[in-house]
Design a protein around this ligand. Structure first.
Ligand code: NAP
Ligand code: GCO
Length: 267
């Protein structure tokens, strides 16, 4: 059974993986045997990432690349193929959020979010697909969100992008399944990372941020997720154990999507 989950001999590209969810997923893939390649926007973050992987005993390779640039992504994939080998596993993790009420958001800000969270997974997937088609094997994991299913105030661009990413996932599965390529999503719940730090900031009087309490009440597990909660699901979707799972989004949310929420006053 263990062999089914082994990633020995596989090369995985995890985008935006110097820290946060990307780092945790890449570390899990490495611990299952994969060679890890990651990118980030700036050399400074790549260097910090390399130091963090080294500290975790992982020999990762890091490159500077903006995933919204088709030229930079094509150059990155060519460089990885030359220096490391053909990519077996792609995790489209790099993402941004802008929390701005929609009626105050500029079209430029909206486009920036769509560019990183939706256009970039298209660009990077497109760059790795020919190699996977040649090998007739490949795994693409798109990091979706609660906002692939739900809306809320201030995150219109993010929800539009992550909803679109769910459908891009299904379409890649539909279009390339016959090449033995599986494309699935992971939909993390509310995970404690720098991206969500503003939602957990303590109030001036030392009490919890209201959004922090709100999320705990909305989550049957009654806690925020940790990036490490995504490790097992990522290894599953990257490994042969999921070879007939295609076009699925695996929500790793402590039960949020199953739950109507706590009754007011009922603790
Ligand atoms: P994070 O802490 O903000 O990390 C995001 C990473 O993406 C950073 O390393 C960032 O690089 C990189 N990045 C952003 N734009 C990029 C670009 N154009 N090119 C290359 N790299 C870029 O976020 P996270 O919380 O770990 O989230 C990772 C993914 O999970 C995102 O797609 C996010 O939407 C998704 N997600 C997060 C949660 C959550 O609760 N945290 C829940 C569901 C889904 P810099 O360091 O240079 O900015
Ligand atoms: C927000 C959050 C989210 C999460 C995540 C949920 O402001 O609501 O940042 O959208 O990061 O994507 O799954």
């Amino acid at each position: 059974m263990q062999n089914q989950f082994s990633l020995k001999g596989k090369i995985a590209l995890v985008t935006g993986a110097s820290y946060g969810i990307g780092f945790a997923i890449a570390s899990a893939l490495a611990n299952a045997g994969a060679t890890i390649v990651f990118n980030d926007l700036k050399q400074e973050f790549v260097d910090k990432g390399l130091a963090a992987y080294k500290e975790a005993g992982i020999d990762a390779k890091g490159y500077v690349c903006d995933v919204t640039s088709e030229d930079q992504v094509n150059a990155l994939v060519a460089q990885i193929e030359k220096e490391v080998g053909a990519i077996d596993i792609l995790v489209n993790n790099a993402g941004i959020i802008k929390r701005i009420p929609m009626h105050e958001m500029s079209a430029t800000e909206f486009r920036q979010v769509i560019d990183v969270d939706l256009n970039a997974p298209f660009i990077v997937s497109k760059a790795v697909l020919p190699g996977m088609m040649r090998k007739r094997a490949g795994k693409i994991i798109n990091i979706c969100s609660m906002m692939s299913e739900l809306g809320r105030e201030t995150v219109s661009a993010y929800a539009a992008a992550k909803g679109g990413l769910k459908m891009l996932t299904r379409n890649i599965a539909s279009e390339y399944g016959e090449y033995n390529i599986q494309c699935n999503g992971i939909g993390p719940g509310y995970i404690a990372t720098p991206q969500t730090a503003p939602l957990r900031e303590k109030q001036a009087n030392g009490s919890r941020h209201p959004f922090d309490s709100f999320i705990i009440a909305k989550t049957p597990a009654a806690r925020w997720g940790n990036a490490e909660d995504l490790a097992g699901p990522a290894v599953f979707l990257a490994s042969n154990a999921s070879d007939f799972v295609n076009g699925h989004v695996l929500y790793v949310d402590g039960g949020i999507l199953a739950y109507i929420g706590k009754q007011p006053g009922n603790n």
